[in-house]
Write a protein that binds this ligand. Structure first.
Ligand SMILES: Nc1nc2c(ncn2[C@@H]2O[C@H](COP(=O)(O)OP(=O)(O)OP(=O)(O)O)[C@@H](O)[C@H]2O)c(=O)[nH]1
Ligand SMILES: [Mg+2]
Length: 292
């Protein structure tokens, strides 16, 4: 079944975003560094198509550093776009953000007024409110490890000249790109109640088997002949004792185990997407042996 998740509050929140964009000259688009393409909301991109953007590749501590750098180069080449990398390992600070905003304004001939505001937008659970708290060095916005924590816009002053507006995470009505939708679900953007964890885990097992087999082998003792999602999930079930009475595999528990270990970073750092390549050779995703 096709994945989709567009609860009513997001429709309302997107109308509020449209209003705020009218009095905001630039936006901060927060992307998930593991899936920068899938985590870019096309509806939000349309709403702020004419606004210069600071793109933040967030949760960079969960992605492969070299691939994240490739994405940053890709976004920096786009007109009206500056890209910063942020994560728990090396968080950006207010000074860096203001410097980037000044550069963006200058490059786009936007006069820097006495007071400016930047709207922070993006999909749910990508770390927008955490970023705001980090930049302000105070816990001003509510955060949480589930999508749709922020329900209303919140404006905070970064300093005497710059303010930030945190917004609720937005999805869009129809997820045309279903691979992207599954990647969003795998990283925890879509509410658990809107997806079957087994579907998502099987999709993830296949993606990881293709590009990160070595990691799976190391963590879950995957047998050499395992070559499909079912055998991977079976090995995970055994490694994590997800077995019901009578020795039957508890597929649901095994799915939750894989998703939890992937989302928390216990399984390692993953980049599930690469930037569009200039040449076909650049576009190849490395296999484990090339990554290490
Ligand atoms: N590993 C890692 N986790 C992060 C990072 N930033 C945020 N998180 C976690 O991601 C989860 C979501 O963070 P929030 O800041 O609430 O995300 P949000 O985008 O505001 O989410 P909504 O308000 O639901 O749209 C929380 O569990 C954070 O601790 C990061 O840089 N690295
Ligand atoms: Mg939030």
């Amino acid at each position: 079944m096709a994945l989709s998740w567009y609860p009513g509050h997001m429709h309302k929140a997107s109308k509020e975003v449209i209003k705020t964009l009218k009095v905001t000259q630039a936006v901060i688009e927060v992307l998930d560094a593991r899936i920068p393409h899938a985590s870019s909301n096309p509806h939000f991109a349309n709403l702020c198509a004419s606004h210069p953007k600071i793109r933040i590749l967030n949760k960079a501590d969960l992605a492969e550093p070299r691939v994240t750098q490739d994405w940053a180069r890709y976004f920096n080449k786009q007109a009206g776009s500056i890209c910063l990398i942020n994560g728990y390992e090396s968080p950006i600070d207010a000074e860096q953000l203001i410097l980037a905003a000044r550069k963006l304004f200058q490059a786009n001939d936007i006069p820097i007024r006495e007071r400016q505001q930047l709207l922070i937008g993006g999909i749910p659970n990508v770390g927008k409110s955490t970023l705001l708290n980090t930049l302000c060095s105070r816990k001003l916005a509510k955060t949480g490890n589930e999508p749709a924590v922020t329900k209303a816009q919140q404006r905070v002053k970064l300093d005497d000249h710059w303010a930030l507006i945190d917004t609720p995470g937005l999805m869009w009505p129809k997820l045309e790109d279903q691979i992207g939708a599954y990647r969003l679900a795998a990283t925890g953007t879509i509410r658990n109640t809107a997806v079957e964890s087994e579907d998502i885990a099987w999709f993830l097992a296949e993606e990881l088997l293709q590009h990160y087999r070595h990691r799976l082998e190391q963590r879950f003792s995957i047998p050499d002949d395992a070559n499909d999602a079912e055998s991977i999930m079976e090995a995970i079930a055994r490694a994590r004792a997800c077995v019901k009475s009578g020795g039957h595999i508890d597929w649901h528990k095994a799915s939750e185990a894989l998703l939890n270990e992937f989302r928390s970073g216990k399984l390692g750092r993953f980049s599930l997407e690469r930037p569009p390549a200039e040449t076909a050779a650049d576009n190849q995703i490395e296999t484990d042996s090339e990554i290490s």
